[in-house]
Write a protein that binds this ligand. Sequence first.
Ligand code: KG4
Ligand code: ZN
Length: 373
Amino acid sequence: MHEYYVFVHSTFKKISREIPLSLVPFSLFYFPKIMTILGIETSCDETSAAVIIDGAIQSNVISSQLIHNEFGGVVPELASRAHLQLIIPVLESALQKANISSHELNGIAVTYAPGLMGALLVGVNFAKALAFGLGIPFVGIHHLEAHIYSNFLAEQKPQYPFICLIVSGGHTLLVLIEEPFKHTILGETLDDAAGEAFDKVAKMLNLDYPGGPIIDKLAKQGNPNAIKFPRSFALENEFDFSFSGLKTSVLYYLREHHFLKNENNFSISENAVNDICAGFQRAVVDVLSVKLIAAAKKYGVRSVAIAGGVSANAELRSRMQTLCKENALELHIPALQYCTDNGAMIAVVGQMKLERGISSAFDLVPVPNAAVQ
Ligand code: KG4
Ligand code: ZN
């Protein structure tokens, strides 16, 4: 027997299985649990739209804004303008790839926090207007929740409780998830996020933005033991993180060896860059992996997950696989395309919320700094 949902005042209400459908008032309409959800993500420099039907991904279109590369980081005003230009073509492409028209959508999910205010505004207002026009509910999604639940896009989903390490450009957090939407933050970064450290070290080495994928690639050709960079384990809360000391020690190393790009005698060999990338990455991966395993042991969970842009890192992925095997833990890592920002992870949380009767009112406003609830 199916569960049925009614759409009342812009929100879904679940009707218990016991209520015969003949008793549902005619003024309400119902439909089976199969839901066609559009997910929209515009919190930073990726404009993305995805369609999922009953949890299965039909399309996931991501347009990365290359305009920021020449500035070595995201320029907020340029990001908002680019989202405005890209949002309609990206949506049209997502619908086309999913082979549906907008009238077949049952709900819309959109990132409302955290992120760049101007960038969030484009997605939120676009989602509201579309939902209003189509007469369907919409729900605002917390971007970090979406990273956690990006692990549910895979066929094999994490079992509760599990611990997720979120490592992105703006955040580094260890979160205990006891049941859907019951989150406890065990630790977070006291300064730079892991992805931010990758991007800043890349900038020091005169590499392009975003630096993470480039360091990942160059590290493969370097010797991770050639330079020993510091690991910040001894923090008051054992599950907090700090990457600013590591970043500064890379800076000092470059200064000592006259490798800084603003020095007159700047010159650095490819081998030296590769070794610095490998040594830096090794230090980050050591800290992230050790803390995730320690948290899993302390809280007695059997499943762990990683998520966010840095979870695309090859060394982190393989280290976690080895450590989880050794510690009899089940590991969940999103497929590469769902590690960095994408609409599919927004859609999957949208479906989970709409199924539970949770939707947003049309006066929802973006929140640039909201913490995970
Ligand atoms: O999750 P995300 O796309 O955006 C935020 O929510 O911030 O993460 C972007 C971050 C950037 O800092 C980028 O350098 C980093 O993820 N990143 C990586 C890799 N791919 C992306 N860091 C290390 N290795 C990678 N392969
Ligand atoms: Zn993100």
